[in-house]
Write a protein that binds this ligand. Structure first.
Ligand SMILES: O=C(O)CCC(=O)C(=O)O
Length: 266
């Protein structure tokens, strides 16, 4: 098996941190050259998105959710099949995870604080308790994230309690929202139940944060998908095909409609 950067103990430490805090960060993990190519290719996609549906600011003003096409440079196994990343993902959501989302969250000048939210409802709301993790966001920025460009803020440990309990602990000061500053190359693995919010980007430089979604093998998320071009299937490794197995295979990536992932906050 290919080796990652980290040994088994280190992977276990990252996994435990994500189980406790709701997230962990692999510092300077992804290649600057690959991220530079993504940054260049993303800029026109963001412009086109704003032209097409910028009038639908469902994530808040001047903040955009843009799905990435599963094509070069974004269909990059060095990132979505990264050994360390997949090892932590397996430690959190078990063997045979599915990858179901490849997109970006980008606050631009004029964006604001979002309401504190989670990205998924609990699996069993009537139970009043949380389960082990089942849905992860792997987040990595295409630019350095500073206080000025609008870091995500996360309240540690709130993924394992109800939203009401988390909000009441925030109100009492028992937990706090922390801005997570990241440099391009850093990779965050996040349980999407942790309470969080986007903050304003006060600069003229958009701040794209990629989100690669990984879930338990049995979780289906109809609100997101990765359209896989048939012509690219043969180039994928058996592991990549397995990770992507529940996504639609399409003849062409053209004629993509508006974003369908509109309801995102729970
Ligand atoms: O990337 C960010 O700033 C977080 C945005 C966010 O939480 C969302 O739009 O659901």
């Amino acid at each position: 098996m290919a080796q990652g950067r980290y040994n088994a103990q280190q992977i276990e430490a990252f996994t435990q941190q994500a189980l406790t805090d709701g997230f962990c960060v692999l510092p300077q993990h992804f290649s600057p050259a690959i991220l530079a190519a993504w940054r260049d290719a993303f800029a026109p996609l963001l412009d086109a998105h704003i032209t097409r549906e910028g009038h639908l600011p469902n994530r808040g003003p001047s903040r955009y959710y843009v799905t990435l096409p599963f094509a070069a440079p974004f269909a990059e196994p060095k990132l979505f099949e990264d050994e360390d990343l997949l090892a932590v993902v397996e430690g959190l959501v078990g063997k045979d995870a599915v990858m179901c989302q490849l997109a970006t969250d980008t606050p631009t000048l004029g964006s604001d604080y979002q309401d504190v939210h989670r990205d998924t409802p609990p699996l069993f709301p009537e139970w009043g308790r949380e389960t082990p993790p089942y849905q992860l966001a792997v987040n990595f920025p295409l630019v350095d994230v500073t206080l000025e460009t609008g870091p995500i803020e996360i309240a540690r440990g709130t993924h394992m309690m109800s939203k009401e309990e988390g909000l009441s602990r925030l109100a009492s000061g028992a937990v706090a929202l922390e801005p997570i500053m990241m440099r391009a190359g850093d990779v965050m693995i996040r349980d999407v139940r942790g309470l969080h919010r986007g903050t304003p980007n006060r600069t003229k430089t958009p701040r794209p944060m990629v989100v690669m979604g990984y879930s338990r093998r049995w979780l289906f998320r109809p609100e997101v998908s990765i359209r896989i071009p048939r012509a690219g299937l043969d180039a994928l490794s058996p592991r990549a095909r397995q990770l992507l197995r529940f996504n639609p295979i399409v003849e062409s990536l053209d004629a993509d409609g508006n974003e369908v992932y509109q309801s995102f906050a729970y």
